[in-house]
Design a protein. Structure first.
Length: 205
């Protein structure tokens, strides 16, 4: 029905990503194939798309769901500075080398809830922390058997105790059936409409 497809966790775990050593102790919650076919050198464009992705300018359902989540966060103080990285939990930037950390210095992210961790040739990672979880959004650039590259998204989490696990369990159906599919459909639309899109990408469903 929507663009993008949920993948088995092994699709992330089996690849030699740098995030494995950085996010040791985190569980891989979800892995999705992104509807972003491209060439080997297109990863910069995907990173830019994710850095500037604004749910407020996407489909009405996605806008509503994100707005509702942030409203609940304000109501229950889930997203206060005291619950974030460097306060409730140490930032994962403390686990990486200065050289790798420096790759994120120019990566401004429009969503203030996320902080960039690093960006290398085929990986981009951001982290977020609140009262429920410490999480990582990892975007990789993979190639299939035909030589076509595409994005792959993984969500890694460390739940905050019983409350965090209950929260993740409660939102799982909504996350899998509505939030991610609709969000990835919007990502695919933005990818196909970008100035650098090839004819093949612009005609993808």
């Amino acid at each position: 029905m929507f663009d993008g497809a949920r993948l088995d966790v092994i699709e992330h775990v089996a690849r030699p990503w740098r995030i494995h050593e950085i996010a040791e102790g985190f569980e891989v919650l979800d892995v999705w194939a992104l509807p972003t076919p491209g060439r080997r050198d297109d990863f910069d464009e995907l990173v830019t798309l994710w850095r500037t992705f604004d749910p407020a300018r996407t489909s009405p359902v996605v806008r509503f769901l994100f707005a509702a989540r942030w409203a609940l966060g304000r109501l229950f103080a889930l997203d206060t500075p005291e619950a974030g990285t460097g306060a409730r939990v140490p930032t994962l930037r403390d686990r990486i080398t200065p050289e790798l950390r420096s790759t994120a210095t120019q990566l401004d992210v429009d969503d203030a809830h996320f902080q960039p961790l690093y960006r290398i040739g085929d990986e981009f990672a951001m982290e977020i922390a609140n009262q429920t979880v410490h999480g990582v959004l990892h975007i990789g650039w993979v190639v299939d058997a035909t030589g076509v590259h595409r994005g792959q998204m993984a969500v890694l989490v460390r739940p905050n105790g019983v409350m965090g696990r209950m929260y993740l369990r409660a939102i799982a159906p909504l996350r899998h059936l509505v939030v991610y599919p609709l969000m990835l459909r919007d990502i695919g639309r933005l990818w196909r409409s970008r100035p650098g899109a090839t004819r093949h990408e612009s005609r993808s469903p």
